[in-house]
Write a protein that binds this ligand. Structure first.
Ligand SMILES: Nc1ncnc2c1ncn2[C@@H]1O[C@H](COP(=O)(O)OP(=O)(O)OP(=O)(O)O)[C@@H](O)[C@H]1O
Length: 251
């Protein structure tokens, strides 16, 4: 049997108001360490008791309503968050596109961010130099023209273009994509589709968070439906979509 590339066992994470313990530096930097406190007791579990295995080459869609823990799951896989319960084992490097800005720093230019983010994800100076033109070219003309402008002046679409261009150049076996394709225009989305299809043909493992049924059925062979922090369906994409669209099963 093929060894899983990602294994979650009883995985859970708890957010606590003002807690810093489980926020890694990158998370604290990217999200300011902000927490909410809906129960009035200072804590809640955005995800709890998730158990699943993903084998190399699988393309898995993560489906669920807003605020049900999909992005949190991707952050746990990316190692941006660490679990409070259970475990997550990831056997391979992760190329994450978890948010529109791909972790960019708004004050730095597109060029500087490209170099910074590519370096943070393990590309050497020589590799960045070799891939630079391809990354910029893929990101498109508007990004190319604004390469020396601070990224805070970029539109959402421009940030996604640059972010996707960088992340898709990484050779890491696991690709995490969180809802970012929804932001790009049609031309860019088609380029993303081609790239994702190529990466899947190469045997990468894809975890895709999306609300777009077309994208999910196009790429994914398996669906995880998350309802209020619980993994309610682990089956075909269609089964997960049916659960998402239909009456919510009792957990
Ligand atoms: N750093 C944080 N501190 C406190 N609460 C958080 C934090 N990040 C997310 N949350 C909360 O955890 C829950 C799950 O959030 P998450 O972003 O994983 O949901 P999601 O399913 O990805 O939602 P969407 O479809 O809207 O992107 C939500 O209630 C959210 O408000």
């Amino acid at each position: 049997m093929t060894e899983p590339i990602i294994s979650a066992r009883g995985l859970g994470v708890r957010f606590v108001k003002g807690r810093k313990r489980n926020l890694r530096l990158r998370e604290a930097f990217m999200f300011g360490g902000g927490n909410r406190n809906p129960n009035g007791d200072g804590s809640f579990w955005p995800l709890r008791n998730l158990t699943f295995d993903i084998v190399p080459g699988e393309a898995v869609g993560v489906i669920g309503k807003n605020g049900t823990g999909k992005s949190t799951l991707l952050k746990l896989i990316a190692g941006v968050l660490i679990p409070d319960e259970g475990s997550i084992a990831v056997r391979g490097r992760v190329a994450p596109l978890l948010e529109l800005s791909a972790g960019f720093s708004g004050d730095l230019s597109g060029r500087e961010n490209l170099q910074l983010v590519a370096t943070l994800h393990g590309l050497s100076k020589a590799q960045i130099k070799a891939k630079f033109d391809e990354i910029v070219n893929f990101a498109g003309e508007q990004v190319e023209k604004s390469l020396d402008t601070p990224v805070r002046h970029y539109s959402s679409g421009m940030k996604v273009r640059l972010g996707f261009s960088i992340i898709s150049q990484l050779n890491h076996p696991i690709l995490l994509v969180d809802e970012v394709m929804a932001v790009g225009d049609t031309e860019f989305r088609l380029k993303c589709y081609d790239t994702m299809e190529r990466l899947l043909r190469e045997g990468r493992t894809l975890i895709l968070v999306s609300h777009n049924e077309g994208d999910l059925t196009r790429f994914c062979t398996r669906g995880l439906f998350i309802n209020e922090g619980h993994l309610t369906v682990d089956g075909s994409v269609q089964a997960a979509l049916d659960a998402y669209k239909g009456p919510v099963p009792v957990v």
